[in-house]
Design a protein around this ligand. Structure first.
Ligand code: DQA
Length: 143
């Protein structure tokens, strides 16, 4: 069975209560549960993980290199704008990479306009809220 990993970066565990005017009212569990259903319908195996720790996200990306994961959908959150280490880990991963942001980072502060992860991503979705994850998963499953 094809396998996809969804990675959520720091503070995304607070979704639903964190700046809902920017990030929406859905919780991370709401989003992940929808993705689990969508993947099952498409016949894909999926794992959704969140971490507030850069190193843990890197460990998860490294594990995905070795366990047959075909694609990574990642919202690196604030690490998007700072993490060369996450970029390096993704560069060592051979499958597809889709970068997702709930908010339209380009309409926000200038420091959010730069993404290290975009240097590796095959596709980038920003500003569609949780719909962005669903679109990313559709794209991955379409191959
Ligand atoms: C975010 C945008 C980032 O700039 C921010 O640091 C986040 C969330 C988004 O999903 O819109 O934590 O990645």
């Amino acid at each position: 069975m094809h396998k996809v990993l969804v990675l959520h970066g720091p503070n995304l565990n607070l979704l639903g209560t964190r700046q809902p005017e920017v990030y929406g009212h859905e919780t991370l569990d709401d989003i992940d549960n929808g993705l689990y259903e969508q993947a099952a319908l498409g016949g894909w195996e999926i794992a959704c993980r969140q971490s507030n720790h850069e190193g843990e996200l890197i460990d998860l990306i490294q594990a995905a290199r070795l366990d047959g994961t075909a694609a990574i959908i990642i919202n690196p959150a604030a690490y998007t704008h700072t993490s060369v280490a996450i970029l390096d880990a993704l560069n060592a991963f051979d499958g597809r990479v889709i970068e997702v942001h709930l908010s339209n980072v380009h309409r926000r502060e200038a420091f959010r306009h730069q993404s290290y992860v975009s240097l590796r991503a095959d596709g980038v979705i920003a500003g569609l809220g949780s719909q962005g994850y669903r679109a990313a998963l559709d794209a991955v499953m379409a191959g």
